[in-house]
Structure formats: structure tokens, C-alpha cells
Design a protein around this ligand. Structure first.
Ligand code: SF4
Ligand code: MSK
Length: 626
């Protein structure tokens, strides 16, 4: 199997081989054939009577009597809870930051209009309050959602009425974000819930507490604090690193830190210091979702996606890699020992042995960010001369949101979903699709993301992307408006040409998948495409997923009524009833279901078939350019 389709990554993998440096791909090979019990989901180690393994014919049940479906469902639920906890803890941190926002502080309200809209949606009295008073009230309301014991999460009520009714009917409206995570952990402990269907219902409720709770809080409050993105130009891939400049790579997830690093890098005092060290300036670049956050709002260049984190260090020009939380490989601390790079951890939640720890705090945000940037600048003169920076860069447009995409489609002064809905109704567009999620060294890097997107746009499906999928599409040039002429079907091409957008729209980081939920909801409200998200000709995919967060995302999309295809299955294949429930029967419950398909073209066709079925159910005409 080829390791990557990205030329820059190929070059760096050659460097790694020459210098005998280990990468995630090598360590993946060293793992050998994975444990078949782990792959099938048939290993349970939640109590000390075990660990138990289900072996057909020999031990069909664990010591307690739990069968394959129960064990695999419990394991899966714990993955969901892990993902929901990660996204939601991020959301909680942002709410804490919003509490600190003040007129003269490091954090201020950057989108007062959205603040008022959001305050209203949260049921707050808006009139007569200044921005910072209102921001504090919004932050307090948001924080209360985490510890809420009963009732329904506030943002859930933003979903179409039919959807909320369906969730109520099956008892899966999330009550409080922390409560749902806790309940998953309770139900999956020894001797509690043994019914795989009942377990999955709680998994759906917990995932909804992410998509319509923690992640949505993160996205919305980040927009308040750092500004709601709007379309802008940027660049991607390892060629954005500049040998003649101090390079500081920010990696992780929370813009609370990276926004301050971006600001600190503009400080005249640090720029002078950089010059004194012989550098031509300070270059900030991002990896993973932190990259997406600062790209979306400032056009800061992106060095790469998940599997680029080690490759960036190997260029020899990264003076500091600054990380906060999530998707940070502990391998980085071994790797930086071969280079002058300083690895800086900043969160008390994520320390890595061997890294320099400089704790970030919202109270001293800019001050700490300056200390971090100074570390990088000081380090510039310690470069040891072994430098290899690939030339590859690619232009892109990012910064689309539930608000801005359709502002564009509706023309400059008509923020409306009408043109999008009409394009689907008259068959110019077949529908919409979301491609999200990670890289995974088990799969050729970026291959599935890119091939799937090309197949969908060729068939007149407008594609939205987030997270590392978005960076993959960007590296392949699909986020350029020109890609529409090169690769899109005639209908999509006409739309892209009329409004000057790419055929693949970057809508943000992993927590920004909540923007897709709002987009789908707005499409329902605009009218003509049914009364629920599950009526829309739409589908989702995570072709290269690896993180528990991707499991949570996949579950909240399915729970919201979206047919979702994963490039590799959940670890449940040894549990046939559970597989059938998730891939067939679940559609009767929530209107969405899963499919597992490793071939990205076949997966795209599963999505297209689903879109066609939905068009048929809505009695829409055949696609205009079929
Ligand atoms: Fe084994 Fe049951 Fe304990 Fe799991 S909960 S380890 S199946 S005894
Ligand atoms: S960063 S969760 S590898 S998309 Fe959001 Fe990328 Fe997946 Fe992390």
C-alpha cells in the first residue's frame, strides 16, 4: 500500500528513511497484524473477572454472560463518550474564555451581531445590555448546559421540529452534556445495560450532546470571541514553512491559544528579536484543527493534516511546535530530539514527557503566547543546518460557514438558502455531501478523501469539508474555484461559476461539523426539501477516520438523520446483530444509518444512490445533467 498521495509527504518520507527516523507509518507496520478480537470488538476488559474474549463455539459469552453484541456495543459506546468528552471539554474551555472577555482584555467580543442572535436563541433578554455583559450571560448559559440534570439541551431545539419530535419519541434528547457522558460510562460498566439496542440509543443521545451541545457551543462561542469566518484565501502544505524565517507550528484544537500566538507573532519586540537572530520574520503555520481555526479567520497557512505533524518537524525549520489538546502524537517528543525543534505543551490536560511545558492561562493569554513565541525565536539560531523543505504549496479558499455560504449563493445582499434549495429542486445539483475526519496510516494518506470528493463533485454534488479531510482536499487543489471547471459536473460548475466558489467548501475544524447541522436545518426551514434533515438529498462520510471524536461525529450525524459512510468499520464486526442494527434497522429509528465501505469511489456511489432515493421520495425531477 502506498503511504500517501501527497508529493510533499512522499519527499519527507524519503528523508525519514535516509535519516532512520520513525513515523506513524513505520510504527503501524511494527504493530503487525492487529489483534482480531480488538478488530471485531470481541474483547471485554471492563471488570476483573475478565478480560474475556468471545470465541465462536468455545466461549460465546464472557464470564458474566455478556454476548458479542453486548460487548461490542459497550466498547463502541465508550468510544462515543470519549469523543463527546473531548469536543465538549473544548466547548467548556471556550465558554470559560468567553466569561473572561472584556473591553480591555486579551479576549474581546468580535461578532456583536451574532452575540445578540445567540443570546436570543438561548432565551436571554437582549435589550439594553452592553456586549460584555451579554457575553458573560451567554457564557454562563452555555456552561449550565454541561451540568444540566434534566430537561433538554437548549441548542437541540434549533433542529427542525420533526427531528426534535422524533428524538423525543425515542427518548434520546440529551439532557446535560456531562450527564450523557457519565451515563454511558455507567451503563457500560459491569452488570448494567446488556441490551445492544438500548445501549445504542444512549450512544445516540450522548453523541447528540456533542453535535447539538458541546461542539455547537465551541463553534458558536469561538465565532463570538474570534469573529465569524468569511471566505478568504490561504495556502496549504509543507512548502508554507519558510527556511529564512522563524517557523512556529501550532497544532491541536483550541483557538484560545493559537489566536494569541498569531497575535504575539506580530509584536514589534519579538519581530525585532527575530531579526537580531538573523531571521526574516516570524511565520506561523498550523497542523490539524488548530490550523483550520486560524486559517478560517486569518488566512494563516496550513502546514498539513494529522499525518503531517511528524513530517513538519523533519523539515528541520520548525523552531517551535506548540500544542494544546487532541491528535498530538507523543512520538513528537522523541522526534524533536533529532532536531533543534522545541516541543511546547501548554495545557495542564496534555503533558508529554520530554516536551517543554509552558502552561497557558486565559488570564495571562497574550503574555504566555509571547513567551512561547520568544522560545521559538530564540531557538532559530540553534538550527543545525539539516534542512529539507518540500516546495509543494497549494492555493485555497476557506472560511465558509452556515451563514456565509448561502450569503454567497444568494448574492451579495440576499442571505438566503433559496438558491441552494432551488438548485437541488430543479436538478442542477443532485444534493449535498459532507466529508470529514482524520488521516489514518492504515489507509493511503488523503487518497480516500480526495477520490471521494472528486467523484461526488463530478456528479453535481456540492461537497462541504471539515477537519483533516478539508486539509486533504485543499492539498489536492479542490478548494480552488478553478477545480469546478476541471472536475465538477456541469450543474455544479454553473453554480460555482455564477458565485465564484470552489466545488468543495471548507467549513472549519472538527467542532465546526456543527455548522453542517445548522446548514442542513436551514435548508429544511427554507422549504421545498421536506420537513426533516432526513428528507434532504444529503449524505456524509469519514473515509479515513481514526479518532474517537470521529465516532461521536458519525453518531450525531446519523442521529440527525444523515446517511453516513465510514471508510473502515467500527470495531464491531464480530457482533452481527449490532452490525445489522447500525447499518439497516437504525434508519427506522432516526432516519439515518451507517455503511462501511473502504473503496472511496464505491462509497461515493453509495452516497449518490442515497441522494437519488431522497430525490425520488421528494418527487424531484431527474438531475439536469444526468
Ligand atoms: Fe468479562 Fe463480563 Fe467482566 Fe466483560 S464485564 S470482562 S464480559 S465478566
Ligand atoms: S484534527 S480528530 S485527526 S480530523 Fe480535528 Fe484531524 Fe481527526 Fe484530529
Amino acid at each position: 500500500m502506498e503511504r500517501t498521495i501527497d508529493e510533499a509527504a512522499r519527499e519527507m518520507l524519503r528523508v525519514a528513511k535516509e535519516r532512520n527516523l520513525s513515523t506513524a507509518w513505520d510504527r503501524r507496520d511494527q504493530q503487525g497484524v492487529p489483534c482480531r478480537f480488538g478488530v471485531a470488538g470481541l474483547c471485554c476488559r471492563i471488570c476483573n473477572m475478565g478480560p474475556c474474549r468471545i470465541v465462536e463455539g468455545r466461549s460465546p459469552k464472557g464470564v458474566c454472560g455478556a454476548d458479542a453484541d453486548t460487548i461490542a456495543a459497550r466498547n463502541l459506546l465508550r468510544m462515543i463518550a470519549g469523543g463527546v468528552a473531548a469536543h465538549s471539554d473544548h466547548g467548556r474551555d471556550v465558554a470559560h474564555t468567553l466569561l473572561q472577555a472584556s473591553q480591555d482584555g486579551d479576549y474581546q467580543v468580535k461578532d456583536p451581531l451574532k452575540l445578540r442572535r445567540l443570546a436570543y436563541a438561548l432565551g436571554l433578554e437582549v435589550a439594553g445590555k452592553d456586549d460584555h455583559t451579554l457575553a458573560r450571560e451567554v457564557a454562563e448559559k452555555a456552561l449550565a448546559e454541561f451540568g444540566r440534570q434534566d430537561g433538554e439541551l437548549r441548542f437541540v431545539l434549533r433542529a427542525p421540529e420533526r427531528r426534535v419530535e422524533r428524538w423525543r419519541r425515542f427518548g434520546i434528547v440529551p439532557r446535560g452534556i456531562d450527564r450523557e457522558v457519565t451515563e454511558v460510562m455507567h451503563r457500560t460498566t459491569m452488570g448494567v445495560d446488556a441490551d445492544y439496542r438500548n445501549l445504542i440509543l444512549q450512544g445516540l443521545r450522548c453523541a447528540l450532546a456533542d453535535g447539538w451541545g458541546g461542539s455547537m457551543i465551541a463553534t458558536e462561542l469561538q465565532d463570538l470571541l474570534f469573529g465569524t469566518p468569511s471566505p478568504l484565501r490561504g495556502k496549504v502544505n509543507l512548502g508554507v514553512l519558510k527556511p529564512e524565517m522563524v517557523n512556529i507550528v501550532v497544532h491541536g484544537h483550541e483557538p484560545t491559544l493559537s489566536e494569541m500566538v498569531v497575535l504575539a507573532a506580530q509584536s514589534p519586540e519579538l519581530l525585532r528579536l527575530a531579526q537580531a537572530k538573523g531571521a526574516k520574520g516570524i511565520n506561523i503555520a498550523g497542523i490539524c484543527c488548530t490550523a483550520n481555526e486560524i486559517l478560517m479567520r486569518h488566512g494563516i497557512p496550513v502546514a498539513g493534516n494529522f499525518l503531517h505533524q511528524e513530517l513538519a518537524v523533519m523539515t528541520g525549520v520548525v523552531d517551535a511546535m506548540v500544542v494544546d489538546v487532541q491528535c498530538i502524537m507523543p512520538a513528537l517528543s522523541d522526534l524533536v530530539r533529532h532536531f533543534h525543534t522545541v516541543l511546547v505543551t501548554t495545557s495542564p490536560k496534555a503533558k508529554i514527557p520530554g516536551a517543554e511545558h509552558l502552561e497557558f492561562s486565559e488570564e495571562r493569554a497574550l503574555e504566555v503566547a509571547k513567551e512561547i513565541v520568544r522560545l521559538g525565536v530564540e531557538n532559530f539560531s540553534r538550527r543545525n543546518g539539516q534542512v529539507y523543505v518540500p516546495k509543494e504549496t497549494m492555493d485555497l479558499i476557506a472560511g465558509f460557514t452556515a451563514e456565509s455560504v448561502f450569503y454567497f449563493l444568494g448574492g451579495r445582499y440576499r442571505a438566503t438558502y433559496r438558491p441552494l434549495n432551488d438548485a437541488i429542486i430543479d436538478g442542477r445539483l443532485r444534493g449535498v455531501a459532507g466529508i470529514v475526519g482524520c488521516n489514518n496510516p492504515k489507509i493511503t494518506q488523503d487518497f480516500s478523501h480526495v477520490e471521494m470528493a472528486k467523484e461526488l463533485i463530478k456528479n453535481d454534488v456540492l461537497v462541504v469539508v471539515t477537519g483533516c479531510a478539508a486539509i486533504a482536499e485543499a492539498k489536492a487543489g479542490l478548494l480552488r474555484p478553478e477545480a469546478a471547471f476541471e472536475l465538477a459536473g456541469k450543474g455544479l460548475q454553473e453554480i460555482c461559476e455564477a458565485v465564484g466558489i470552489p466545488p468543495v467548501l471548507h467549513v472549519g475544524s472538527c467542532v465546526d461539523n456543527s455548522r453542517i447541522l445548522i446548514t442542513l436545518t436551514n435548508m429544511v426551514h427554507e422549504g421545498g426539501l421536506g420537513e426533516d434533515i432526513s428528507d434532504i438529498p444529503a449524505a456524509g462520510a469519514a473515509p479515513e477516520w481514526m479518532s474517537e471524536k470521529a465516532v461521536a461525529i458519525a453518531f450525531y450525524f446519523v442521529a440527525s438523520g444523515v446517511f453516513t459512510v465510514l471508510g473502515s468499520p467500527f470495531p464491531i464486526e464480530g457482533a452481527p446483530n449490532l452490525v445489522r442494527f447500525l447499518t439497516e434497522e437504525l434508519e427506522d429509528v432516526v432516519g439515518g444509518k451507517f455503511a462501511f465501505e473502504p473503496d472511496p469511489i464505491k462509497a461515493a456511489h453509495l452516497m449518490l444512490e442515497h441522494i437519488e432515493r431522497k430525490r425520488h421520495a421528494l418527487k424531484l425531477p431527474a438531475p439536469m445533467y444526468a
